[in-house]
Ligand binder design. Structure first.
Ligand SMILES: C[S@@+](CC[C@H](N)C(=O)[O-])C[C@H]1O[C@@H](n2cnc3c(N)ncnc32)[C@H](O)[C@@H]1O
Length: 197
């Protein structure tokens, strides 16, 4: 999917994935005042949630309309976030910078997936934590949200291989009810990842 697709989606007044953070992210904890990077953050629901908890949050997305919505949501909730409008193809993450990295439903073609996932370990500080939830390849059978093609959906083996440098890596492939905005609407095949440097 191209950036134009996301800009069209985010031009609407309504927040496509809702105002609440992702359910899996809400179950996680970061140490107080963590410096957290949210990649492919869309309209900012996860970044704003983390900022409300007092974290220092930077959100990246390549959709200008998404960035506008992030800033709007942050203002609505009375918090500050940093936003970066950038294509992850062109972005190199700085080493040893983040206490946390969050990627929620960030689905990339294979080459970009490997590039982004391959930088996460380096970009985290020692003890830093990765939180990621993605749709599993099985999700093509459910049609309750996410990309409709297996090339953009992930398998456990792909993520294990991408994230093999992490000494602590938990990958949980499961079915769960996802009700996060109008585009995530029902029982879904997801993969949840927790990793620590
Ligand atoms: C399904 S949305 C998820 C948004 C957000 N993480 C959430 O959970 O609400 C996927 C996001 O990935 C972003 N994205 C896809 N490819 C990207 C790329 N190459 N660079 C930056 N952002 C990208 C899109 O703009 C879109 O906002």
């Amino acid at each position: 999917m191209q950036v134009e697709f996301w800009n069209e989606r985010y031009k609407e007044k309504v927040f496509a994935y809702g105002l609440q953070a992702n359910d899996f992210l809400k179950e996680q904890n970061f140490p107080p005042n963590s410096k957290i990077l949210c990649l492919a953050e869309g309209e900012g629901r996860n970044g704003v949630f983390l900022a409300e908890q007092g974290h220092d949050v930077t959100c990246v997305d390549y959709s200008e309309e998404g960035i506008k919505k992030m800033n709007q949501l942050a203002e609505m909730k009375g918090v500050q976030i940093q936003t970066i409008c950038a294509d992850l193809n062109d972005l190199d993450l700085e080493a040893n910078t983040w206490d946390g990295i969050v990627i929620i439903f960030g689905h990339f073609p294979e080459e970009l997936r490997k590039k982004v996932h391959g930088q996460l370990y380096k970009a985290l500080k020692d003890g830093g934590k990765l939180v990621m939830e993605s749709y599993h390849k099985d999700q093509v059978n459910y049609k309750t949200g996410g990309p409709m093609t297996t090339t953009l959906l992930y398998s456990e083996d792909e993520l294990k291989s991408d994230l093999s440098t992490f000494p602590t890596l938990k990958i949980n492939q499961t079915m769960r009810e996802v009700h996060e905005g109008e585009f995530h609407f029902g029982n879904a095949a997801v993969i949840q990842v927790l990793a620590e440097k």
